[in-house]
Write a protein that binds this ligand. Sequence first.
Ligand code: HEM
Length: 149
Amino acid sequence: MLELPPDAYLWVKALHIISVISWMAGLLYLPRLFIYHTDAEVGGELSETLKVMERRLLRIIMNPAMILSFVFGGLLLMNMGAGAWQEGWLHAKLLCVAGLFGIHMAMARWRREFAEDRNTRTQKFYRFANEAPTILMVGIVIFAVVRPF
Ligand code: HEM
């Protein structure tokens, strides 16, 4: 396992939190763009502008932030040692993180469908999709900070 010197450990944890905040910002903003996009005329100026915004948000912010969340989270996990795997809070947290990863992949697919003018889902669907990352994030932060079990 890995033993981070105290200073490095705090820097890694700070970078972990910075990257998860950036990832969450994208997971909460992209469905908002999808909600407006469902109303935009196919081929129209608004639809083409939203395609550019969605692609840049996913590729320039969300993908790198997700990868860095996993890299710094993984370093923190290795620093905790093998005993960490006995911790119930970590199991619950990583289950929620797996949910966030699944939502990220679904959003990437939905973005591609909008880019190819193939979206068939409704505004109501994306409003629901917008709530899921929030619910998971609340769970993750409680498990990571309070460690209730
Ligand atoms: C991507 C996979 C992730 C892994 C492997 C991971 C792993 C970890 C580990 C092992 C710690 C504890 C470090 C310690 O106390 O020594 C931690 C702390 C933390 N994680 Fe994650 N994490 C991940 C994703 C996330 C996400 C997505 C969020 C928020 C949405 C998050 C929020 C936090 C917070 C707020 C802390 C600090 C807790 C504290 O210091 O009290 N993590 N993470």
